[in-house]
Unconditional design. Structure first.
Length: 251
């Protein structure tokens, strides 16, 4: 197993269990404890975890504002399964606004079967990866936010407001029954608000770990979401609330 693949699996494990031990990881991956310590040192430098005596634990703010490349390596199967459920919501010729989240990126990977799509985005990664695709891609322009490979600021806001689209596809860092949909940083959150205003339908892609979580800044009330797609059946209290808000739930 390559080191990068092993570190990706370590990231998944630390997200599941919040803490990992060097001895356990050494046994799981059949490598020396010194190799595992080097992996943990690299992941600590990336801001994903903090090393502790004998192991490591998830950083308190890991879920809030990880670099895009790191987010893209976490729970990719879960994100792909969520993205698959969104495909039937998109028709040939649709116009979309797509945020720079790693889940939305997985969603775009699956759109090859659709024709004549227009995608407006502030994601540098989407602009790069889909430059040769059959989709008509429009960049928001704006100031580069290196950490998330996104474009933000007044120029991006002005561009988004020029267009009216069928669907906005977004993700978030947390959803809460009282506080609604929240995200980790204000510049990106402000741009997403413009996307929501310009879209006829809002599709929220959110895995089960985001429920009952509150991030730094509010994005929208739950009622602004039209379709919520997740990887597991939400709790009954959530299903009741989502039904009250007339939100279609797919899982």
């Amino acid at each position: 197993m390559l080191a990068a693949e092993r570190r990706k699996k370590i990231i998944d494990l630390v997200h599941q269990d919040k803490r990992v031990l060097v001895s356990d990881l050494s046994r799981i991956f059949e490598v020396t404890e010194e190799t595992i310590r080097r992996d943990l040192e690299k992941l600590e430098k990336d801001g994903i975890l903090s090393r502790t005596y004998g192991g490591a634990m998830l950083n308190r703010h890991t879920n809030e504002d990880l670099p895009f490349l790191t987010r893209g390596a976490i729970n990719t199967d879960m994100k792909r399964n969520i993205a698959l459920k969104a495909l039937d919501l998109i028709n040939d010729g649709d116009t979309l606004m797509v945020d720079p989240s790693s889940t939305s990126f997985e969603f775009l990977k699956l759109l090859e079967s659709k024709h004549n799509l227009t995608v407006i985005t502030n994601s540098i990664n989407i602009l790069h990866e889909f430059a040769s695709s059959g989709m008509n891609i429009i960049s928001s322009g704006g100031s580069l936010r290196h950490r998330s490979l996104s474009l933000v600021g007044p120029v991006a806001h002005d561009t988004i407001q020029r267009y009216n689209v069928d669907t906005a596809v977004i993700s978030c860092k947390g959803i809460d029954l009282e506080r609604g949909v929240t995200d980790s940083n204000e510049p990106e959150c402000e741009l997403k608000k413009y996307m929501l205003r310009q879209a006829e339908k809002v599709v929220l892609l959110v895995d089960h770990t985001k429920f009952d979580k509150t991030a730094f800044t509010k994005l929208a009330d739950l009622g602004r979401v039209d379709v919520l797609i997740t990887d597991r059946k939400p709790a009954d209290i959530w299903l009741k609330r989502l039904a009250e808000e007339n939100i279609e739930v797919l899982y």
